[in-house]
Design a protein. Structure first.
Lengths: 479, 479
């Protein structure tokens, strides 16, 4: 018996001894029924006071691991193994509660979960209907991919050079001049935000954003002690300056084209003014442009295209156009930023799927992508008009909205604050799943982000009907 | 002019005024040559002392943004735009330096970078040679994938149910009984570690690991204030207990089969003893099993297969066997852990590539995977023997090693401490890229992780020859 408790540890000697005895039992060195050495002898061997040994033994007796027979002898109890086994399961909930990253909001978790239920009408989801994804066309194209061993090995830190070259051309067509060195491939827009959070910002940094924002529904920043600050981003000089905090790092998260959730598109003047404001304040800008290809009419130039100063970190993706299952997006930024984000990405997941990168390269470079997007926009516009007509028919007296300019959404504002968790759950009971405004702005109770991109026509009409019935009932009951 | 500086901010009034003036210039409201209002008037309009205005104007004059003509009038200088533009570029390096995540070690960054250079002999890389990846076979299989719109939409939080079902069978064959609910699909083993870091551990938690460890070469834990603690994991009771810190969370990161970098395989007795030790200390275990399928002889049962208590978080992957470009791995763990990790993954990247998941499902369920791995192991064994013979011929007097039991690596220990950054760079100059021991244990200067999985036979022999020459020279020079 060479083990001795260690006096330099913060764990008490008796706890160390109790742990050690438990271990003797678990490693079967002291099987059930083993008679323990007398306490006095144990104390000497372990180099501690007898009272310390007694304390350890009492603790284990109380736990049912040791037992005493008549007299003073102590035995490994029959139940010891069970007791130790029960005890030893890690309390995972305790781990989870203490850990670093925030959980998704309960409503978001519920939405993620309920979206797996195929009987649900998804009236708000940020996802294209499976019928709008070109699954067959993608499958047909797979045979054309120039796959070889090199293509499907680990990727370079910034992602497939082939894809980055293709993206340079794609971005050029949008008025953005860049080079493969200024692009990092990511697994979708959300990962881009996480890389920015971990690779560019410090704890305590402030991310400015619109009052209503997609960012409030996810946590790429908040989990790392980075704060969000809602402001009015249009004509925002004063509002930003007032809320800017001392010497803290600042960055602005913007969605100038087809804003999520509001669907707004900033005018060219608004873009220029916003860019100038941020630039004059030395505040970098994140431009989230993932819906831009779905604008029904050509949108004004992106912030990145007017960025002469390396002020804008531009995010694009094929998740809203070609297929979210590809998990492919990109960041365009000044070289030191890209090198840094690529290095963080290498530490997170060693790059994105090579297969997905090959598919996106192929679709962008052959024109298949553009062809698909043209068709897709046509169908989305038809759906947007259908939803708009239905809203006109039913909701004119209880809500306001703007007709959609593209993308997936109509941002519905009820005349009364009825959009509560309760309301959300009542709809869910009737198999209608909505994204309530409060996931985009905690205090909101009047908005719903409606989507016409997922449900079929008949589901959409049915869902809107149920939504209308519930809304009317809430309004009549409470106002 | 309605703007006024805000006294409740921590930025000085004069700085706020200087910012505001800059902004007037940048937004072209005050074009070049504009004469500023007299200071006295500005002071009144802005509600501050004249000296505050003067301070702001002096600052901007010093920066060349404003200029004074004879007399007291102040003008927007000809150079103002340039000056502001120069000033306004974000200092990205400053952002990067202050940010949360650690950069990769310089050696690792260099390795990641040099691996893109095809003229380099990669004598250490953790990657299969492109010639060993079944690129053609994968391409041929793509046509068989049952892709439809649903398959390529956003994934459920835990990943494709189809793949998880296939994995249950695959794991059953390895003696691990589990269910689809206990599996979360991830983008490779490294992401699994990051999810555990963010989703289960608290800042200040301690991750125990072997003295030499893959974990030291990456930062999924360290960037979030989680500490690593090297111990001798075999017969480790005392060593762990001594280094366990008070009430801090603990977890053990282990690679019982084909350890990275040492190549060791723990015996059944070592596994049982290690499991019992950790269990008795209530210390959860991460079991990284990503090389296990490449064991030349069947390895002892995994820790997970003897885990009756939900103590083990098991990590598997196809990156070392089928293709790293797929970016597909998995975690097997108790349900609350899996739900938590899946929720974090949804917040990071909304799931892994659906295409990659389909390919892995197909390869595992049709037997293609097993067939490929059988062939792959045969070739790896041939290469391992070739490397071993060459080491026997050249290195017997200056190094020791064990012959490989599987996987990619031979862990070479020189008799003298020659493996320094300098040595690494000298080899690189000769186009030989190695993973030096110090990336696995900061103080090491005697080891190299050799790999026989990437270089061709002739490259391997050439690389070993160069390595030998450099090593001899170092030894003769210094010892």
């Amino acid at each position: 018996m060479s083990w001795k408790p260690n006096r330099s540890l913060s764990i008490s000697l008796s706890k160390q001894i109790a742990d050690w005895i438990s271990q003797q039992i678990l490693t079967r060195q002291w099987p059930v029924g083993t008679k323990l050495p007398p306490q006095r002898q144990l104390a000497i061997t372990l180099g501690v006071n007898r009272s310390t040994v007694q304390e350890a033994i009492d603790e284990l007796k109380a736990a049912g691991i040791l037992s005493s027979k008549v007299g003073s002898s102590t035995y490994v109890s029959n139940d010891s193994w069970n007791m130790l086994t029960k005890q030893k399961q890690p309390n995972w909930q305790h781990y989870i509660d203490a850990s670093i990253h925030k959980p998704n909001y309960q409503t978001i978790q519920l939405i993620n979960h309920m979206e797996q239920d195929e009987s649900i009408i998804r009236l708000s989801t940020g996802e294209l209907s499976p019928s709008l994804l070109p699954a067959e066309e993608i499958q047909a194209s797979l045979q054309q991919l120039p796959l070889d061993g090199k293509e499907i090995g680990y990727s370079s830190p910034q992602g497939s050079l082939k894809l980055r070259k293709v993206l340079v051309q794609y971005l050029e067509n949008k008025g953005i001049s860049t080079t493969p060195d200024n692009i990092c491939i990511v697994s979708g827009g959300l990962q881009a935000l996480q890389l920015i959070a971990l690779g560019l910002l410090e704890t305590g940094a402030v991310v400015f954003q619109d009052e209503f924002s997609y960012l409030n529904s996810v946590h790429p920043f908040q989990s790392f002690g980075i704060q969000l600050q809602g402001v009015n981003s249009i004509n925002s000089n004063e509002s930003i300056m007032t809320k800017r905090r001392g010497k803290r790092q600042n960055i602005f998260y913007s969605i100038p084209t087809l804003h999520n959730p509001t669907g707004a598109i900033w005018s060219l003047e608004e873009r220029q003014s916003f860019y100038d404001t941020c630039t004059s304040m030395n505040m970098p800008i994140i431009e989230d442009d993932v819906y831009a290809d779905l604008s029904f009419h050509p949108p004004p130039p992106s912030l990145k295209s007017i960025d002469t100063d390396g002020q804008v970190l531009y995010i694009g993706s094929v998740s809203k156009t070609l297929s979210p299952g590809l998990r492919i997006g990109w960041i365009v930024a000044p070289t030191p930023v890209i090198k840094r984000l690529a290095d963080i990405k290498m530490q997170m997941d060693y790059g994105s799927s090579a297969f997905s990168q090959e598919i996106v390269s192929y679709w962008l470079s052959t024109g298949l992508y553009e062809e698909h997007v043209t068709q897709l926009k046509r169908e989305l516009q038809r759906r947007a008009e259908l939803m708009n007509r239905q809203l006109d028919k039913q909701f004119s007296n209880i809500a306001t909205w703007s007709s959609s300019k593209g993308g997936f959404y109509i941002w519905l504002a009820f005349t009364h604050p009825i959009v509560t968790t309760d309301f959300f759950l009542k709809l869910l009971k009737q198999k209608v799943l909505i994204n309530p405004g409060y996931i985009y702005q905690g205090k909101d109770a009047t908005h719903i982000r409606l989507s016409y991109a997922y449900a079929t026509d008949s589901e959409m009409l049915k869902g809107l009907h149920i939504l209308y019935q519930e809304a009317i009932q809430e309004i009549q009951k409470n106002f």
